[in-house]
Design a protein around this ligand. Structure first.
Ligand code: OGA
Ligand code: NI
Length: 308
């Protein structure tokens, strides 16, 4: 974007001319904190194809509408149910499908935009590597061996992606893009378009806006990480608000246990001072509790807490 330079009071235009540029070793080094290893161009490419998908005519996106939870590739809308009012639909549309193993579902993905399948497969490969790194870093952070978390989340994890499109909204005070929730699985890697805010996390009862950092991911720890770590890591409560002027796109990649996996606090983290905070359950039970709370502000993990 072309910008008219700001004129300082002393008439100098504020431009990146030599007298404003710091010596190399004095620069803030903003990109140094971004070390995820996923190429920037790839992130931009995947956001571009997903944006194109949401810009297709509604009749074309409609082929993915379904009421069946178990459908692998689907378009749906979030909503909340309120007593005495009924259903309120969120200001967004979501497109969701698996991201691995590619051979199982690629034939179900869009052929329009034409690059969708190819770009997505490339992005999924890179995020797979990032998940492995995150899982071992979190394990090590808990003082466990690096494979521990991945092993406990188990064989054949559910690997799903969710693209959320939030059109500009004439009055963001009246709507919500995505309701207050915690992610269900273990970790979520969220990529968002630059320059539009929307994501908020709750801390000490207050909503804080998470400004998109160019080329960075937001890593959300989700419910199963909280349970496995016996509460040492917290699953973050979050939501998305709408934006008055600009549409926003976010792309979440999720890593979730399969239904048969038994989840509970990792034994090495339990001792007399740290008794287990959660009971053991199969992930299937967790999902049943999740569906039971449909339309509400879901408190799924609370249902598995042990009383003391
Ligand atoms: C999600 C989510 C938030 C966002 O997909 O689970 O929380 O910023 N998305 O769109
Ligand atoms: Ni979420």
């Amino acid at each position: 974007m072309e910008m008219t330079p700001y004129q300082l009071a002393n008439k100098t235009p504020l431009t990146l001319s030599p007298n404003f540029i710091l010596p190399e070793d004095k620069r803030p080094n903003l990109s140094k904190i971004i070390n995820h290893g996923v190429p920037k161009e790839l992130c931009q490419k995947v956001l571009a194809v997903v944006t194109e998908f949401f810009q297709l005519p509604p009749e074309e996106r409609a082929q993915y509408l379904t009421k069946d939870h178990s459908k692998q590739v689907k378009v749906f809308n979030y909503y909340q149910k309120y007593d005495g009012i009924g259903k309120v639909t969120m200001w967004s549309e979501t497109f969701s499908h698996p991201w691995h193993p590619t051979e199982d579902f690629t034939h179900l993905l869009p052929t329009n935009p034409p690059q969708y399948r190819e770009v997505f497969a490339e992005y999924a490969r890179a995020i797979g590597v990032l998940f492995d790194r995150l899982l071992s870093l979190i394990s090590r952070g808990l003082g466990l061996d690096k494979d521990c978390l991945k092993r406990r989340i188990g064989e054949k994890p559910g690997l799903n992606t969710q693209a959320n499109y939030y059109p500009a909204c004439p009055d963001p005070e009246l709507t919500m893009g995505m309701p207050d929730h915690n992610d269900l699985g273990s970790i979520a890697v969220l990529l968002q378009v630059e320059g539009v805010t929307g994501l908020q996390v709750i801390k000490d009862g207050k909503w804080l806006t998470v400004d998109p950092v160019p080329d960075a991911f937001v890593i959300n720890l989700a419910d199963q990480t909280q349970v496995l770590s016996n509460g040492k890591f917290k699953s973050v409560g979050h939501r998305a608000i709408t934006n008055k002027l600009l549409p926003r796109l976010s792309l979440g990649m999720f890593y979730t246990p399969n239904n048969d996996t038994v989840i509970g606090p990792i034994e090495d983290l339990i001792d007399e001072e740290n008794p287990p905070k959660y009971r053991k359950y199969s992930f299937k039970e967790y999902m049943e509790e999740f569906y039971k709370q449909e339309g509400k502000r879901r408190r799924v993990k609370e249902a598995f807490e042990l009383q003391r």
